[in-house]
Design a binder for this molecule. Sequence first.
Ligand code: 4HQ
Length: 218
Amino acid sequence: MQIDILTLFPDMFTGPLTESMLKRGQESGALSLKIHDMRAHAEGKHRQCDDQPYGGGAGMLMMAEPIVKCIEAVSGERVAGSKPHCIYLSPRGQRLTQKKVEELAQKPWLLLLAGHYEGIDQRVIDGWIDEEISIGDYVLTGGELPAMVLVDAVARHVPGVLGKQESAEEESFSPALGGKKEYPHYTRPEDFRGMKVPEVLLSGNHKKIDEWRKSQLR
Ligand code: 4HQ
């Protein structure tokens, strides 16, 4: 899967996308993540990307031109003869759920637009965006963190990103136990500062263990 991320703050992405699971996914070739600085597509000496809103009001908006030029430049690099599925991260969007994550993981190519300031010119959304997605009902300073959350959640469903062990583990608890629900986990030692591991987990009785875990789901 290819994911292109458009931002004015490319440095925010180093770290989250270059460590751990996402690092491995990229090294194995299962995942290709590309960060694009929209400022490179802005005009003039100052490469201005923001301007005041028509109708007045507080704050600045991202101008359409640098965003659309960047979308066009990225979409021109064909991936398996397709166009990217274009997502704008915004509190006005549809809430990101596990169902939506699994749906997006089926796409060969995503383009994520991370806006800053008060948002972007509506004409970009109307003309170039396939869907708006929100990671939750709170207001952030930009779409960069939401884009990283989406990439992290989607990437673990792309074949080859998780190791064999992790994907098998997920299978063993996700559908059977009804989606995102989890039970409490314990590892060694059996006694940690007087706090004991529940007896049933040490019993070796897998039927009893399954029943206990089901009783603890939330
Ligand atoms: N923002 N879920 C404002 C969010 C957000 C969210 C992103 C802040 C877009 C312009 N995005 N910018 N919540 O709060 O996705």
